[in-house]
Design a protein around this ligand. Sequence first.
Ligand code: GCU
Length: 611
Amino acid sequence: MTTRRSLLTGSALGALAFAWPAQAQWKVEPARQARPLLHVFARRKLSLDGQWRYIIDPFDAAKRGNNDRRTFWKNFRPPETGPLVEYDWAESPIMDLPRDWNSHTPELIWYNGPVYFRRTFMVDNPGSGRKFLAFEAVNYHATIWLNGEKIGEHEGGFTPFAIDVTTGLIPGENAIVVCADSRHHAEAVPSDYTDWHNYGGVTRSVWLVDLPANHIADWFIRLDNGFVLADVQMNPKSAGIAVELCIGSMKLSAITDAAGMARLRKRNRLALWSPESPLLHEVRIVAGADEVSDRIGLRSIETRGRALLFNGQPLYLRGISLHEEPIGPIGTRRMTGGDAQRLLAEAKALGCNFVRLAHYPHSELTLRLADEMGLIVWSEIPVYWEQIRYDSAHTLTLARTMLADMILRDRNRCAIGLWSVANETPQEEPRTRFLKTLIEDARALDPTRLITAALNKNADVGGATDGQSVFSVTDPLGEYLDVLAVNQYEAWYSKRKANELDQVSFTTPYDKPLIFSEFGADALAGNRGAKESFWTEDFQAWLYEETLKMVERTEGCVGLSPWLLKDFRSPRRWHGKYQQFWNRKGLINETGTRKAAFVVLQAFYARKARQ
Ligand code: GCU
């Protein structure tokens, strides 16, 4: 009987027969990059999730010159007469969006290229106001057509974007076509080389959003030195509009200035949010004829020397890292609210007050759940490893846009404590200059959060780190960060044995808090044996026991987010028995089976929570 796993492997090899499309030759120039419509959750909207027709295009034929019959795809409606057309949307297969195509059928697990999606939807008389097509995420590049006309493009697999369709919609049936292309060009963010499966497709929800002509475009509500501060931005940017804001029992009001912005401020008298008491306040904003609501928590996070203070008190971050991949037998990027809730519930079961949402902005659903469940969040953009083109103007502009769109989408989520600008990047001048720009952007967009990055460790003597015992965190980027974080894998990616970790120590010259943002080992759930045996649960548990001792005696360490909560799919994990294209550093496996190391970390956090 072929197990599902070997079937996947079999069909994966079969799927490798697909022609590997040439490296994508296009980039979205900044001026053409569609930007997000903010606070979609608060708006009247029609869901365009559900059944879409799809056509895969392994040779990218629809984009080639006119010498190919398939250029008719531009019309997306086979002509009644004229040359032979070898496609028909009505006869194409159906995919239930949002989801990645890789997990839709075994044949598509390794497909990396363009897929065209199409659906129709009915619009009553478009009426007054503004209409937007809003996408929560398409990985990696999206081109959008409405009723046969190209209306927009977006590059980046994990941030939202929207297109104004107020004038493009017609009464009655409208047809939308999306080309999602999962390929990453040479200047992409991330690059085309990552330790996670490149799930392609319309991976998060699609909406048709209805907005009043004069509407509240953005709000940013936060606690600032004992005051509730609220910036409310109108669109169009009209002056003299009265804005009323209620948050819990508090009422604030102000008038918009010449830029259409109202700044509201009042001494806070509401209870604060914390992991132990994740209290969210109902918010209602009325401005002109528009009214919106939200749920927002108030809290402060800051550093004082090497201490991390949350609501003015020292806090130890009991964390875990996780990818955006639900618990289940096959790897997928499709995350429902229930999926996200189940993942975060495992983090709570570990005793966590902190989650590192690696290595890219996770869905808004997950951030809202973290608010509700009391989990402080580290949120990051995928500036990942040395393959990023730190010398490219396009790459920098793209990373800046991604960072801005992540912050603008989520800065009202009180759970977010840290913005991270990078993971394991080379300690070279072009990279440091690149990230310094991102850090400055983050501070300008959101002065209420701490900035960090997951750094590589440094050797104290010579350059080799194997056999080394004293490591340091001296990355020059540390000068610009609020909180240092280091990924270290001693006793896994090193010749050292786990029982030699008592020789290992970490120091840093920076007078800043330090987080161990990654450590761990692969273990196949159910594989038991001597603790010295790689790939066993016993080895992973032993490594955790010994590493936690090292973490606990590291001066200035304010927390950790071990790598990671759940096994996840990765094309770089080839071991035919223990991995089969799964990275198995999870404390639970893909179906949620807890490994021995889960209990080790859980006991450590129970003790830390009592201190
Ligand atoms: C790296 C990287 C992770 C990767 C992990 C591993 O440090 O940050 O994305 O999955 O180590 O090797 O498992």
